[in-house]
Design a protein around this ligand. Sequence first.
Ligand code: BV8
Ligand code: ZN
Length: 246
Amino acid sequence: MSKRISISDALKSLLVKKTKVVVLTGAGISAESGVPTFRGEEGLWKKFRPEELATFDAFMANPELVWEWYEYRRKIIEEIKPNPGHLALVDFQRYFDKFDLITQNVDGLHRKTGSKNVIELHGNIRRNKCIQCGKKYESLEGTIDGIPPKCPCGGNIRPDVVWFGEMLPQDAINYAFAVSSECDLFFSVGTSAVVHPAASLPLIAKRGGAYVMEVNISPTEISHIVDESLLGKSGEILPSLVKYFK
Ligand code: BV8
Ligand code: ZN
């Protein structure tokens, strides 16, 4: 049973139903489900730098390598299960009258847990698309076998994620900017806050007058601007915040 962590009176007074809440998550919230983060010591990018794998140029230069890297990551996420941090955010969504969950993660775990209307800023590794005709593929059915597979139109199939140097889905990022600037309480959970434009959301929330929280096992690039940092695992901290719900 997770104990109740001590929090400030300011945060306690905001944990009421009418508070407008936005949560931004990064790879850290999936770490306790066994998904390697990006920049940690065991990080996915230990062997390769992000620019060598998560870019369109990398894919065009070496489609097999990039495809195999995503297949390796898809295998990992096939077996994983949501952890108490994901589950707590479903409770958050049920409790607060106005709640938005924005994620940088591509593992689809929030949706799998039951969170609704998740804003996936960087796409979803479970989905693919054709680089030539843009056709989206929820599964590889209808594609031509190969590494990477090919679309009947002849184009290579790629993961439907946002690579470095690529625009984020316009509707997703616009919505994220809007709700972050209007919320009362913003949580940055399990993200190193180095990847833009997602990393600007806590700043936008702060400028909009929100109380900005950080939940992380270690300090990050935004620790100096948040109102309150809760140091620890999101799988322990988020469920213990649910205990404060009235
Ligand atoms: C764009 C999908 C422009 C693919 C990803 C200089 C300044 C500002 C911006 C830039 C710049 N130079 C370059 C840029 C742009 C670039 C960028 O931000 N680069 C960074 C590295 C400097 N951004 C882009 O390219 C974006 N596009 O800007 O387009 C544009 C404009 C016009 C026209 C065309 C283009 C696109 C960015 C999206 C890239 N795609 N992923 C894939 O996943 O393969 S990013 C990738 O990083 C993931 O999505 C990931 O979510 C994201 C952020 O990483 P984190 O989630 O934070 O993960 P990380 O490992 O870093 O940290 C984990 C954290 O968890 C740690 O803090 C750790 O302490 C904590 N933790 C661990 N365990 C726990 C925990 N916390 C709590 N509990 C635990 N148990
Ligand atoms: Zn095609």
